[in-house]
Design a protein around this ligand. Structure first.
Ligand SMILES: Cc1cc2nc3c(=O)[nH]c(=O)nc-3n(C[C@H](O)[C@H](O)[C@H](O)COP(=O)(O)OP(=O)(O)OC[C@H]3O[C@@H](n4cnc5c(N)ncnc54)[C@H](O)[C@@H]3O)c2cc1C
Length: 501
């Protein structure tokens, strides 16, 4: 497995195709280092013997030990370990660990490429090609990002109906040795620090949308792909350093007549499979949220509890109620993910067919629980920010800059007038408010909230998944029986539960 230093060296060798604020920048530009250091934690922690079980796995392709972020889930325990690894690593960096898009994208394509070949009666070799790509990805311990979200143009029009045919990434041309693609994927997290970009569809597709049913992988610096990046760093600290300084990036990936050779193409025109691929990536990604969102809940809980302590209001009953609310949301999200892992099977929910066997036998978390957990925790993001704002009062938003605390004319006075709880040093209290200003009041904090709300699909997408997949009809029959109406059935749910449906 690679070290963080190997990873940085590989990034440094990549071609320049990253545009930031009007300039081309190197991948290892100072501005990107905080993001690189955040992902670097996945290498550092996987190298520790005590984390071997959680952060590494044995590849089913090579039999070698690999980073768990590059693993295909072979059983329920793998799903449990992925959830727990995600929570543990997100705790360590105080937010998003940023490597989950790769594991979620690879697991989705692994299954869909297999089914597409099966449906094509062996006329395509998507799955074999993907396994070759995956073997190298695992062996070289690469970072993958997943480019799903298209620009989508007019939200009321389907891909083939858009006035701009590139509003969704599409196959523009099919050549003997590959395809030419055109389009743009938005908000692609850590693409600017990834070795490989996995592209896959964003929604269900109709036969006339077949050119939009495309999945492939290309290196992050691939010819014909430009990245326009936004980099989210907190205000730099000169004197009062944070314990860990995370950073994030998101790219617009512009595919401008970009050639992709067949050996890197894993779906090209199978519209039904394109829709399943979109659904499956979203499903794996929502499962990842059942690890990261509870970790973010851990951080929010600690922040709220400390804000209360600094303000010396921590014994007040309204604080207890708010802390309990954060705990309940986080742990229900975790419990939903745990159940999704435990009920995981090589099965997928296909609209109109229900749960059907899918893929070559790797494990897929249970859809209802992934969606319930992600929706519950995603929708709570702004409520949790409200709780932090409430308990802190106004201080994080106007806290003076570092140098005013260093200035002999103002430093001591500021410590004197910002000290609240007599049992905590004024310096610690000041560092706490600096940190809380980062989280609650900075542009990066705001971006993190939007990401936590919309990433993996907006809550409405989970609500659609839940209500279309949940067996509401059986519940109606149950109530019809209880109410004494015709068509009732008191045993229908018990029978389905016995059958594990
Ligand atoms: C910080 C951040 C990081 C992200 N990282 C990634 C990443 O790594 N990879 C990736 O692929 N994506 C990523 N995303 C994208 C994320 O998955 C999307 O933002 C999310 O799916 C919502 O899509 P959208 O932004 O296009 O909003 P829209 O889909 O346009 O939603 C806006 C509103 O319009 C409504 N709406 C949209 N279409 C319809 C319709 N047809 N009918 C009725 N209402 C509609 C929605 O319900 C919503 O209320 C990231 C997003 C953020 C903010």
């Amino acid at each position: 497995m690679r070290t963080k230093e190997d990873y940085i060296k590989a990034l440094a060798k990549m071609k320049r195709n990253i545009y930031y604020d009007g300039q081309l920048i190197d991948r290892t530009d100072e501005l990107q280092m905080e993001c690189i250091n955040t992902i670097g934690v996945t290498y550092e922690e996987a190298a520790k013997p005590e984390n071997q079980e959680l952060c590494t796995a044995i590849s089913h392709l090579t039999g070698e030990r690999i980073n768990r972020f590059n693993h295909i889930h072979q059983n329920k325990q793998d799903l449990h370990n992925k959830q727990d690894m995600t929570r543990m690593l997100c705790q360590k960096v105080g937010g998003c660990i940023q490597r989950c898009m790769g594991i979620d994208g690879t697991n989705a394509i692994y299954n869909v490429s297999y089914e597409a070949d099966k449906a094509n009666n062996g006329a395509t070799q998507y799955h074999e090609n993907f396994k070759k790509w995956l073997t190298r990805f695992q062996t070289e311990d690469m970072i993958g990002c997943c480019a799903q979200t298209d620009t989508k143009g007019d939200r009321m029009l389907r891909p083939a109906e858009q006035p701009n045919p590139g509003a969704y990434l599409r196959i523009k041309e099919r050549l003997k040795d590959g395809i030419v693609v055109e389009g743009c994927k938005l908000h692609i997290s850590e693409a600017s620090v990834a070795d490989e970009v996995l592209a896959l569809p964003t929604r269900a597709l109709r036969a006339e949308d077949k050119d939009y049913a495309v999945a492939f992988a290309v290196p992050g610096d691939w010819e014909g792909m430009k990245q326009v990046v936004t980099i989210h760093n907190f205000r730099p600290r000169e004197h009062y350093k944070r314990g860990f300084m995370p950073g994030y990036t998101d790219s617009y990936l512009i595919f401008d007549n970009c050639f992709v050779p067949w050996e890197r193409v894993f779906l090209a025109g199978e519209h039904l499979m394109g829709g399943v691929c979109a659904l499956l990536f979203a499903l794996f990604h929502r499962h990842s949220y059942s690890g990261c969102k509870p970790a973010i809940g851990d951080v929010i809980l600690g922040t709220a509890a400390l804000a209360a302590e600094v303000n010396n209001i921590h014994k007040e009953s309204h604080v207890r109620e708010k802390l309990a609310e954060i705990i309940m949301t986080s742990e229900l999200g975790y419990a939903a993910g745990y159940t999704a892992s435990d009920l995981g099977k090589p099965e997928v929910y296909i609209p109109g067919m229900g749960f059907v066997p899918f893929g070559p036998g790797s494990y897929i978390p249970h859809s209802i629980y992934c969606n319930v957990g992600r929706c519950l925790t995603g929708e709570a993001v702004y409520r949790e920010a409200e709780i932090l704002c409430d308990i802190a009062g106004g201080i994080p938003s106007t806290f003076p800059h570092e140098r005013d605390f260093k200035n002999p004319e103002t430093g001591e006075l500021l410590l004197k007038y910002t000290k609240r709880n007599p049992n905590m040093s004024a310096e610690d209290q000041a560092n706490f408010w600096r940190y809380m200003g980062d989280q609650l009041c900075s542009s990066t904090g705001g971006i993190m909230n939007v990401g936590n709300y919309h990433g993996g699909g907006s809550p409405i997408m989970e609500q659609i998944a839940i209500t279309t997949q949940y067996d509401i009809e059986s519940r109606k029959k149950l109530v019809k029986h209880i109410a004494g109406m015709s068509g009732g059935d008191r045993d229908v749910l018990a029978k389905k539960m016995r059958e594990g449906k």
